[in-house]
Ligand binder design. Structure first.
Ligand SMILES: Cc1ncc(COP(=O)(O)O)c(C=O)c1O
Length: 403
């Protein structure tokens, strides 16, 4: 009976979705190995250990106490103004705060709303391989078909615009990508972003940059928002939120900067999905964007930079040379010198070291040869991870048998 009900009520594309998530079986096996072990150190998720700025927390609590417990359709004016100011000062994006800023429940709902709005069933959406799984899920749930553009660590995981263009068909509607990248930590250069904007014009498609990790860029590089580039105004739909840059994953607050022509239909779909986001969280978020929270988030920035430098250098020290791209928070550890498949290496890490990392292949075939790390533990815990995995890496490099 179960199968019959699934056939009748669960559309084929959703049944197919799991196998398409290349890491499904591997992830389940790794989680089974981790289960019931209190010693396990998780570096597999994207939820930061650090918490929101205390001034933002106080503002959210204050809002609740002051009776701000009603719907805030279209978002509160304070947040609208604070975000418009941030976008102009930090990102170089000019947007009408009254119409072009759409608040959502996390950036996840932002991406979902974009694809629910723009896709007809069977429309194609390009994304990178390795990809962020949420993008693929959002496209699939909106009856779209994801199409993958392989990227390489030699290019610091930036897609080659020619490879993007080559995959465009009459069904292509958009290219969605995380900049900075998850899982890759890629930081897109201006010329790459500009070339993609030109491709959008040439082929009548949209660009959907997801800038959720925008603050975690190092090595003297700077995050560049595609929407600030010449020609971007009508072709770029920016997705972003408070989860990572402001350590607010549980607050579920994101935003879209929509081109003026798309803002109306997008707001309608966003209203259909969940009407609006949590009012008191918007009061807190407005403060997170203010100068009062800046010293706190500057310290968060330094912390992730320190973790990134330590962790990748430690792997280089183990005999696995690392050349990570400039972003932090997440990243790909190059294990190609071990000649071990990523899934087998991840299994050895959890089984023999109690360290949980996803294989790069959980994010698409181009992730083979890499383990994906979330730098979501304090540096002392990262030191413990290094202590545990060093002998495992040593055995791999010495040609120990797999599995
Ligand atoms: C690249 C990227 N985009 C979007 C999301 C969704 O985050 P949220 O809905 O909390 O904003 C995540 C979460 O890990 C992510 O890594």
């Amino acid at each position: 009976v179960g199968d019959e009900l699934i056939t009748r009520f669960v559309p084929e594309r959703l049944r197919e979705f799991r196998p398409r998530d290349a890491g499904g079986a591997d992830r389940a096996r790794l989680l089974a190995l981790a289960k019931g072990r209190p010693d396990v150190i998780n570096l597999n998720s994207g939820d930061p250990d650090l918490t929101a700025a205390p001034v933002a927390v106080e503002a959210a609590i204050g809002a609740l106490r002051a009776g701000k417990t009603h719907y805030a359709f279209s978002g509160i004016p304070e947040l609208r103004a604070a975000l418009a100011h941030k976008l102009s000062a930090e990102n170089g994006i000019t947007a009408d705060p009254e119409t072009q800023l759409i608040f959502t429940n996390g950036s996840a709902e932002a991406t979902s709303a974009v694809f629910q709005t723009i896709l007809e069933p069977g429309d194609e959406v390009l994304t990178t391989d390795p990809y962020y799984g949420g993008h693929v899920a959002n496209v699939t749930a909106a009856r779209g078909v994801p199409v993958f553009v392989p990227t390489r660590s030699e290019d610091l995981w930036e897609p080659d615009p020619t490879e993007v263009e080559r995959r465009i068909t009459p069904r292509t509607k958009a290219f969605v990508f995380a900049n900075p990248g998850n899982p890759t930590a890629a930081v897109y250069r201006r010329e790459t972003l500009q070339a993609l904007v030109e491709i959008a014009h040439r082929h009548n498609i949209l660009m959907v940059p997801d800038e959720l990790f925008e603050r975690y860029v190092y090595e003297g590089r700077r995050h560049i928002s595609m929407a600030a580039l010449p020609g971007a105004a009508d072709r770029v739909v920016t997705v972003n939120g408070f989860s990572k840059s402001y350590c607010m994953t549980g607050w579920r607050l994101g935003w879209i900067v929509a081109p003026a022509w798309l803002a109306g239909p997008l707001s309608q779909v966003r209203y259909a999905l969940s009407m609006t986001a949590a009012t008191h969280n918007m009061y807190g978020a407005a403060v997170a964007l203010s100068d009062a929270a800046r010293p706190y988030y500057d310290e968060v920035y330094r912390t992730y930079g320190e973790r990134r430098a330590y962790f990748f250098e430690a792997f280089t020290g183990m005999g696995l040379p690392q050349k990570p791209p400039a972003a932090a928070f997440v990243g790909m550890i190059d294990i190609r010198r071990t000649r071990w498949p990523a899934a087998a290496a991840a299994e050895a890490f959890i089984r023999d070291g109690g360290v949980l990392l996803w294989p790069g292949t959980a994010f698409g075939p181009a992730g083979e040869g890499y383990l994906r790390v979330g730098l979501i533990q304090p540096i002392e815990r990262l030191r413990e991870v290094v202590r545990r995995v060093e002998p495992i890496v040593g055995r791999m490099l010495a040609g120990a048998p797999r599995g």
